[in-house]
Design a protein around this ligand. Structure first.
Ligand SMILES: Cc1ncc(COP(=O)(O)O)c(C=O)c1O
Length: 499
């Protein structure tokens, strides 16, 4: 069986290669031979995640034609990539991209540190803000007042409290997506929702198409469920979803699930437009793939002038293709651990049944608190506070990073909680390692990739502002200097991921 999970065509690869900025040759250095430049270009595309790992490359002859070079040049480039572990080939199956064993850090999720363990460390590891008080306190007080009737029951509500299911259904209906309470299940955060969905749909060996990059902990959850991840490269900057790529991957790999964060994607911050939303739903429907849309970041639109596009489930009124996941974690507070799923009633019934062997239900008090906020109008005010914090933090962080690290490159998103930063050729893994020693905790790019891509990136969240954001950038710049000069150990190859 072939080892590839997607394919990149000759014209597409030529376009990607031609869009790469030429790196200036240092004084006294000679231009590399054509095959070496081609091999380096492909290697960089793989490490930056613009060509996914396990993507079949075009045949030598086709690529030679598209690039107007000789077939010998392409053959030599492929040979060099094979020798370096960036390409694998099998007679009859073609050649597909790979990342050499041990390069760089193995992909894994993010591990939040307990606040007490941080000391003087600035924590940029976690994209979550403190509670928007006084609304947490008010919501818990409101919940306590509503608790007595529930105290007389056994308290297990595997589908969620009826009152909260109705409230969440009404909110979708108000957004133009008619929804019944039977279409809602309350979960323990969006993570709990994804865990239940993976459990039901994507057992061992099933394929799941994912954006590349994507949210680290959901990627890890899927890996641990035994799923095979099929990465679909996000377009540069905030352009997001390249519909040709999505159509091709869904058609070729026919994955069981596809997982997307269409609203302020984590980590890039991209927002899918209506065309991309419709395209994703159509492509998933044609491939027989269930499209899981994570709306965790939806309410965090930070620019006043922004008109939010229709929710993705609005393009699938019958609910046969799209499952939506929501959460109170980013809009309100992650400590609540309240999330939900919107799906067809039969899917909800199966998810609820499966839950009996997992967490059995979500705490009643927290559900009452979120329901109190949603029904008493506190939710909108709390989210407004949250948007204000995130906006201020984003602007402070952007200014500080531009000042301290002018060689780092990023696009400023219109919402969400994250800045996806290209580190000017420095290894993100080394920056993360050295950052811990100079007092700033930052996750490296490969955590958001499949199989070691994105070595040249870090993710910075909008969780600190003012003087702390400035100090964070100063510490990151100190870490960058140490990585650049190699003063903190590491060899040339591990400092700079581009040759
Ligand atoms: C896109 C996305 N989905 C899910 C989660 C986790 O959400 P929850 O805290 O509701 O489990 C996060 C947290 O950062 C996220 O960014």
């Amino acid at each position: 069986m072939a080892q590839w999970t997607s394919a990149v065509g000759a014209a597409q690869l030529a376009r990607l290669l031609n869009s790469q900025q030429e790196r200036p040759a240092g004084p006294g250095t000679r231009r590399p031979p054509a095959y070496r430049a081609l091999a380096d270009g492909i290697r960089l595309l793989v490490l930056e995640g613009r060509v996914p790992v396990a993507a079949r490359l075009p045949a030598e002859r086709e690529l030679a034609l598209s690039l107007s070079v000789s077939r010998t040049t392409v053959a030599a480039a492929y040979e060099a990539l094979r020798a370096e572990g960036f390409l694998e080939s099998r007679r009859g199956a073609g050649s597909w991209t790979a990342v050499p064993a041990g390069n760089p850090l193995p992909a894994r999720g993010l591990e939040p540190l307990p606040p007490e363990a941080l000391g003087s460390m600035i924590d940029l590891g976690c994209a979550a803000l403190p509670a928007p008080e006084p609304w947490l306190t008010r919501a818990v007080q409101g919940a306590l007042e509503e608790l007595p009737p529930y105290a007389h029951t056994h308290g297990d509500y595997p589908a969620g409290l009826p009152a909260l299911r109705s409230m969440l259904a009404e909110r979708y209906t108000a957004r133009g997506i008619p929804t019944m309470p039977e279409q809602i299940m309350v979960t323990t955060g969006a993570m709990g929702a994804m865990d239940a969905i993976c459990h039901l749909f994507a057992g061992r060996g099933e394929r799941i198409a994912v954006e590349s990059p994507s949210y680290a902990n959901i990627l890890q959850l899927m890996r641990e469920a035994g799923a095979r991840l099929v990465p679909v490269a996000m377009a540069e900057g905030l352009a997001g979803w390249d519909m040709d790529r999505w159509r091709q991957v869904l058609r070729d790999a026919a994955p069981r699930l596809a997982y997307v964060v269409a609203d302020f994607h984590n980590p890039t911050g991209a927002l899918a437009d209506e065309h991309q939303r419709r395209g994703l739903v159509d492509a998933a429907r044609s491939a027989g793939t269930v499209l899981v849309v994570d709306e965790t970041m939806s309410e965090l639109h930070l620019d006043e002038s922004l008109d939010m596009p229709r929710p993705v489930c609005g393009f699938d009124p019958a609910g046969s293709t799209v499952i939506t996941v929501g959460s109170a974690s980013k809009a309100f507070w992650a400590g609540m651990r309240i999330g939900w799923v919107r799906a067809a009633p039969d899917v909800i019934r199966s998810l609820v049944a499966a839950r009996a062997y997992a967490d059995l239900g979500t705490p009643v008090l927290e559900q009452l608190a979120v329901n109190w906020l949603l029904s008493a109008g506190g939710w909108e005010q709390a989210v407004e506070i949250r948007r204000g914090q995130a906006r201020e933090n984003r602007d402070a962080l952007v200014a500080a990073v531009r000042r301290e690290l002018p060689g780092w490159d990023f696009s400023v998103p219109k919402g969400g909680l994250t800045l996806w930063v290209r580190t000017g050729g420095l290894s993100g893994s080394r920056l993360a390692e050295v950052g811990e020693r100079v007092g700033v905790r930052v996750p490296s790019g490969p955590r958001f990739g499949v199989d070691g891509a994105f070595e040249g990136y870090v993710r910075l969240p909008f969780t600190v502002g003012g003087a702390v954001a400035e100090e964070a950038a100063v510490r990151l710049a100190a870490a960058a200097r140490l990585v650049e000069t190699g003063a903190n150990g590491g060899n040339e190859a591990s400092r700079m991921f581009v040759a």
